[in-house]
Design a protein around this ligand. Structure first.
Ligand SMILES: Nc1nc2c(ncn2[C@@H]2O[C@H](COP(=O)(O)OP(=O)(O)OP(=O)(O)O)[C@@H](O)[C@H]2O)c(=O)[nH]1
Ligand SMILES: [Mg+2]
Length: 463
């Protein structure tokens, strides 16, 4: 991508902060026996928030830094000290930023200061003090903090303007914008002077509106030729199009014909764009032959509002603006609705999904399951036991049995391997032992290795 090109579409990788781990500790003081658990909870991980900032005009910053991470929550401490929650990470985006996930619009930031949480920080893990019950007065269990949400999004900038200036290169679009607003876009006697959209605010007879000047459109632009296509989407949100025409035509195409070509390009790009109200503005009235061309256009496009002006000489602009204000009044603002607006359909994701893999192995997937596993400290037998109970409670054990889980079946969940030994509680212990926890059962591999060693020993004795 060229250095000066307008960055209007970026992919961002977002990760909210993980919750802080809960603390496992006991009150230990002189003369106080059985001080009791006093491990505090971890703090919440930071959210990631997008905020619409009117002073920004491109998504450039994000294109260079597409990985966005919020901080993790702090760990819980001894003496019931809660971990501090992490601050949200606020990412500023220009007004008119559309947020898409898997192609669907999830948000449209159209108002200054508008915010949306795009990834939630994880909950802090519970400290052992919060696990204290009458049955278990000295819990040796503390949760790991919940992982923060991770999400990949596409941000698209669709400039917010009421009026779009379209036309072939060199027609005088930028000259027109500078004549009717305080904007000072580059004007030059060669095509493709404008490379980025320019915005200007025009006030006419007490009404203010935003005009967008985009690069010139050429034949084939609707299919991606030239610069125009890339910018046509910026005028998708406008309510009126001003079509500027150079009476001299462009690149050998005469002016009358050029109107039809541009119409077709708009149609190819989007039906909605082609349906927008259009005002034909024949520019450069001061040049020779302009009037004749204007008459020809008038005959052919009698149904459209038509004007002959000179943008450079500031002539005839008032009438064009009168017509623009009139058309805008008849076309109230229509906001692009995020996909979720309207009746909300809640897709209920299954808590877990069991898939059969090769070699009789089984895989369990599901966001909740992954979270349970991620928040379990496998070095704590009580935590492992609790996970077993949770799996039983949510019907995972039953479902596995129904799917024909057998003694010794390897179960993969969240990148960890478990072995079925008639129940889940025991299974998980294998993982606990692998990482050095207490009270765990041997894994199948370990049992086989021991058996083999015994056999070898016997063989050795026989010899
Ligand atoms: N004679 C005459 N020349 C004009 C008039 N308006 C604009 N021009 C000239 O036409 C040339 C192109 O003007 P721009 O405003 O840059 O045209 P544009 O449509 O923005 O061009 P691109 O950005 O390249 O698409 C410049 O040399 C202007 O000075 C006019 O009313 N009369
Ligand atoms: Mg221009």
């Amino acid at each position: 991508m060229q250095a000066n090109s307008f960055l209007d579409r970026v992919k961002i990788y977002v990760k909210a902060g993980k919750g802080g781990d809960g603390c496992l500790s006991f009150r230990r003081e002189k003369f106080i026996e059985f001080g009791g658990p006093n491990g505090g909870n971890g703090g919440k991980g930071g959210d990631v928030i997008l905020k619409a900032e009117p002073n920004l005009t491109t998504l450039q910053e994000l294109a260079y830094n597409p990985h966005i991470e919020a901080n993790d929550g702090a760990k819980g401490g001894t003496y019931n000290k809660f971990g501090l929650g992490a601050d949200a990470k606020i990412v500023l985006v220009p007004l008119g930023t559309v947020v898409k996930k898997d192609g669907a619009v999830i948000a449209d930031l159209t108002a200054a200061g508008q915010e949306i949480i795009i990834a939630h920080g994880g909950r802090g893990g519970r400290g052992n003090q919060s696990f204290k019950t009458h049955q278990n007065t000295a819990p040796r269990i503390a949760e790991i903090g919940q992982p923060g949400e991770e999400i990949t999004l596409v941000l698209e900038l669709k400039v917010l303007a009421d009026v779009g200036l379209v036309g072939f290169p060199n027609a005088g679009k930028s000259t027109f914008l500078s004549a009717v607003s305080a904007a000072r876009p580059k004007v030059a006697d060669y095509p493709f002077t404008t490379l980025n959209p320019n915005l200007g605010i025009c006030t006419h007879k007490g009404k203010s509106f935003v005009i967008a000047d985009i690069p010139g459109i050429i034949e084939g632009a609707g299919k991606g030729k030239g610069l125009g296509h890339q910018f046509l989407k910026h005028i998708e949100r406008t309510r009126v199009l001003l079509h500027l025409v150079d009476p001299a035509g462009f690149g050998g195409i005469d002016a009358v014909k050029s109107i039809k070509i541009l119409e077709d390009e708009l149609k190819t790009f989007s039906k909605d764009l082609a349906k927008k109200p259009r005002i034909i503005v024949v520019n450069k009235a001061d040049t020779s032959g302009a009037e004749e061309v204007f008459e020809k256009i008038k005959n052919k496009y009698a149904k459209l509002p038509l004007f002959l002006i000179s943008a450079a000489a500031r002539k005839g602009l008032g009438k064009v603006l009168d017509e623009t204000v009139k058309t805008l009044a008849a076309k109230p603002v229509k906001a692009v609705k995020p996909a979720q607006a309207g009746p909300v359909v809640h897709a209920i994701a299954p808590v877990f999904t069991i898939t059969r893999l090769e070699e009789g192995r089984m895989q369990i997937t599901g966001k909740k399951i992954e979270e349970f596993i991620a928040m379990t400290n496998f070095a704590q037998p009580q935590a492992v036991e609790r996970l077993g109970k949770i799996f039983k409670k949510i019907g995972l054990e039953k479902a596995l049995l129904k799917r024909g889980v057998a003694e010794g079946t390897t179960i993969i969940a969240c990148g960890k391997e478990f072995e079925w030994n008639g129940g889940f509680g025991a299974e998980i212990s294998a993982e606990a032992e692998r990482i050095g926890g207490h009270g765990a059962r041997e894994s199948k591999a370990q049992r086989l290795a021991k058996r083999k060693a015994r056999r070898e020993k016997k063989k050795g004795l026989k010899l």
